[in-house]
Design a binder for this molecule. Structure first.
Ligand code: MLT
Length: 409
């Protein structure tokens, strides 16, 4: 008789956002009169339609696919050169960061890359994650059997190095102790879920740490387009030595509204080699070639349009719209006496829940009394307990309505 992968049985509960969706569905089924009133600021899903220049690029590419002379079959596994070159130029070289087009691996989104990247590291690699953290980094390593045993009382895995990100520390992690023996460090800035940003000297300290200790940083920069402080780094490759120790993952979901269109990329520099001199770039190319048949041509053309002059202008307007939502939520809740963090360089607001309540109790209170949905901080890890995440990706009306309702509590 066949046997399922035991590692999957270790995963506690459902994926966070699936759990929230089921709770909303259950609430709606029990309260049909209120179901239509629910304001959803839980999962960070965009609500603005694709920008006109992106839609035009999609239409043009669809026409090409419908014409025998311009039709394309399988895309190159690693991405079309037109997109890889545009990314290397516009996202990196223009900021003084050296990334070559053939170091950019185009994919169907940052979530898949975040989950898959661990495959090219050894089975006993010890991972370090921020706490709270985007659950995909930990869960994908659980599936790979790398995290040891789960302690339901603490919410911690025995073989994971947790780096608590607390309000006292500005929600940024401290470097692990010298004896932590960490191989793979996941960092996400601007941060999901806390909305914290990292300054260049702090990020440089991480790069120096990784180079000194032979660790790799997986840098998730999915929210870099939301940085508003001009001094903050947009890419880890703005730091000296990052090409030897860092992989960067980017998304088109949040900067251009591709959550349903699917496009992302990962940079693995050629200088990134393990202790034996093995090229992680070559391993990732090998993996991509074996397990992925390339992002669709029409979507890659849409991605290219994001970098056009019009595309840039239109997507910047969308980002400004969401950041205005962030301001409305931040200021509205702060005036009502809530302590609110984030929302300045990131589309997430991280608020301290009222004294004596847990994150899930606050979730239930908001859903049941004012029909507002957010994400309980503890869903991102034990240090998220006592906090609650709201996204700025809703419509203006939903941001204003959520503030009005929460204030009425
Ligand atoms: C979130 O809400 O944290 C994001 O939507 C997750 C994601 O981008 O996968």
């Amino acid at each position: 008789m066949f046997k399922a992968n035991d590692n999957y049985l270790k995963l506690p509960g459902d994926y966070l956002f699936s759990e929230i969706a089921s709770r909303i569905a259950a609430y709606g089924a029990q309260n049909p009169d209120k179901a239509g009133r629910v304001v959803r600021l839980g999962i960070g899903d965009v609500t603005q339609p694709l920008a006109p220049s992106i839609v035009e690029a999609l239409h043009a590419a669809v026409d090409e696919m419908g014409d025998a002379t311009t039709f394309r079959g399988y895309a190159p596994d690693l991405g079309y050169d037109f997109l890889r070159e545009t990314i290397a130029e516009c996202d990196f070289k223009s900021r003084g960061a050296l990334v070559e087009a053939d170091e950019v691996f185009v994919s169907d989104g940052a979530k898949s890359d975040c989950a898959n990247i661990q495959e090219i590291f050894s089975a006993d690699a010890r991972i370090a994650v921020c706490d709270p953290v985007y659950p995909v980094y930990v869960d994908s390593n659980v599936m790979a059997g790398r995290t040891g045993t789960y302690d339901a009382a603490t919410g911690l895995w025995s073989d994971v190095e947790y780096m608590p990100c607390t309000r006292e520390g500005g929600f940024t992690p401290r470097l692990p102790d010298a004896d932590a023996d960490v191989s793979l460090v996941y960092l996400c800035f601007p941060n999901n879920p806390t909305g914290a940003a990292i300054a260049k000297p702090q990020l440089q300290a991480w790069v120096d740490y990784a180079n000194e200790h032979g660790a790799v940083i997986v840098y998730d920069a999915a929210y870099e387009a939301y940085i508003s402080d001009s001094g903050l780094p947009h890419s880890i490759y703005e730091c000296d030595g990052a090409r030897r120790c860092a992989i960067e993952i980017r998304s088109f979901s949040k900067n251009a509204g591709f959550t349903g269109t699917r496009l992302g990329y990962t940079v693995v520099p050629r200088d990134l080699k393990d202790a034996r001199g093995i090229s992680m770039h070559d391993l990732w190319a090998r993996r991509h070639g074996t397990k992925f048949n390339g992002a669709p041509y029409i979507v890659q053309r849409a991605g290219e349009a994001v970098y056009s002059e019009r595309g840039h202008f239109e997507t910047r307007e969308q980002i400004a719209y969401y950041m205005e939502n962030a301001r409305i939520i931040r200021e509205g809740l702060a005036e009502a006496g809530y302590e609110v963090f984030g929302g300045v360089n990131a589309p997430y607001l991280w608020l301290a829940v009222p004294d004596g309540m847990s994150s899930w109790q606050f979730f239930d209170l908001l859903l049941e009394t004012v029909q507002v949905v957010g994400t309980p901080g503890s869903g991102f890890g034990p240090s998220g307990e006592g906090y609650f995440r709201l996204t700025a990706f809703g419509s203006r009306e939903s941001a204003e309505e959520a503030v009005r309702r929460i204030r009425s509590l």
